[in-house]
Ligand binder design. Sequence first.
Ligand code: MG
Length: 201
Amino acid sequence: MKIICIGRNYAEHAKEMKADLPTEPVFFMKPDTALLKEADFYLPDFTQDLHHEIELVLKICKAGKHIEEQFAHKYYNEIGIGIDFTARDIQAKCKEKGLPWEKAKAFDNSAPIGEFASKDTLELNNINFELKINGDSEQIGNSSDLIFSFDKVIAYVSQFVSLKVGDLVYTGTPEGVGKVNIGDKLEGFMNGKKMLQLTIK
Ligand code: MG
């Protein structure tokens, strides 16, 4: 499986990163070794500025390429909560030099994933999600604020990369990204229900 991540998909986050609003989806990938399930996260020593990015995640249930937007909803059946961990200091250097972001984004365990809910139980353009750290709310988002909808993202990405069953699409983070520290307890919520929990070790 592979992990496809959408960047700058919430206007307020693009603003806090001092990035222009994208005119088409920005995406990058993480390998399967980035996936972290039901386990704590060990802070890697190559970064001094590891950031949390809480995101809604689509689980792909049908293989496809060149998917039309109107049919895109048939290609994912579950939505969950994940974190796109980012070594912000390394990413800043990569951006400065115009280099790829993999070193900052695709490292081992950089994609924690929590529980999923059936898509049918959700109102797709009104999903609330939240990240709490040590009990304090750090990021709050709602899918209505997506610049590119789930279906647009699927249609766009599948022009370039075939989707396969089990692939995950991290759909972007709202504003409020920030540094995590050893000892922090992270909890991810979707519509008020806790879907993910991990401690930074
Ligand atoms: Mg992200």
